[in-house]
Design a protein around this ligand. Sequence first.
Ligand SMILES: [Zn+2]
Length: 253
Amino acid sequence: MTSPLIKPLSLLRASAVALLLLPSLAAAKPQYGYKGDVAPEKWGELSPKYAACVDGAEQAPLNIVTSATVKKSESKPLKPEYGPTSGDLVVNTGTTIQVNSSGNLKIGNSNYKLLQYHFHTPSEEAINGVHYDMNVHIVHQGADGKLAVIGVNFKKGAANAFLGSFWDKLPTTKGGKLELNLPSLSGLLPDSLSYFTYPGSLTTPPCTEGVQFYILKQPISISTEQLEAFRRLHPMNARPLQPIRERVIKTGG
Ligand SMILES: [Zn+2]
C-alpha cells in the first residue's frame, strides 16, 4: 500500500494529514458531498484517487451487530491525555465542523498524537442498526503514520458542556475558521471508555484504508438546540453503512 498514511509521522506533517482528511480544502481535489451529483454513491467517479470509495475491501462506517462481536484476547484500554488547548483552529470545511487540536493518546503501549476531531449527523456508525443523532470522530496518528479514530455518539438530552464552550461561535460559511482556546477534550468522553474496534477507512474521499476505529459503547448527551445549531450548517453528513465483509468487530477497553 503506497498511501501516505503509512509513512512515518516525520515525513507526513499533521497539516498534510488534515488536508488528506479534508479534500475540500485542497484546491486540486474535487468537492464531494452527501446529495446529488457528489453524493456518496458517486464519490468513486469524482476522481481516480477516490477508487477505494467503491473498490475498497475494508471501508467504514459499519453497523455494529453486538451479538456478533468478540472480546479482544489482549485488553488494550484507551488512555487519553488531553489537556486544555490554546490556538485550536475551528474550521467549517463545507461538509463538517473540524477542530484541529493537540493531545496524546495511549492504546496499550502504543502512542498516538491527536490531530483533529469533527462531527457527523446522524452518527455514521450504527449499533444493531440504530444510528444516534450525531457523533464525533477524534482522529489520532501513531509514530508509524497509522490513524486511530475514537468515535463517540451523541444522544439527545442535557446540553453538552464541552460543546457549549464554542458551539455558539461555529463558523457559518465554507472555509470559515476561528482560533480558540478550549477545555480538555476529555470533557467530550463518557465515563466508560469500553469500545468496539475494527479496521476501516476514512469515511470521506479518498476513503483510504488502514484506519483503526474505536467506537465507544456509552453515548454522551447533546441538547436539541445544540443539535439544531449543527444541522443548520450541515443537515446531513453521514456516509452510508459499508459492507463488513471478512471483518470481525472486537470489544475491549
Ligand atoms: Zn468522521
